[in-house]
Design a protein. Sequence first.
Length: 110
Amino acid sequence: MSREMIEVLGTVRPDGSLALDEKVGLPAGRVHVTVRTCHESEKPDLVRLGVLMERVWANQKARGHVPRSREEIDAEMNKLREEADEEMHAVERLHEGCQSAGEQSPEQAE
């Protein structure tokens, strides 16, 4: 009988039970489990991201950074949309001008 071994990350819950991060691809039956704590580099990316973001937010708060309000963000988004619409209309006018210039006969163009 061959022994198959896999490694899966998980979390020990406050009640002592173990929650695995993914399904174990082994057939049903008894298994031998070894549990060891993870080093920071072994933790899932989302955990590291969460720790990083907490540090960023704490540093911003310490510097007195005030995030933009919803109204400020909405105003900026509306401004960007209006600018994009203006650019699109300018492109359409240029395209129409090129088309009408191309429809002229060579004699009319001279």
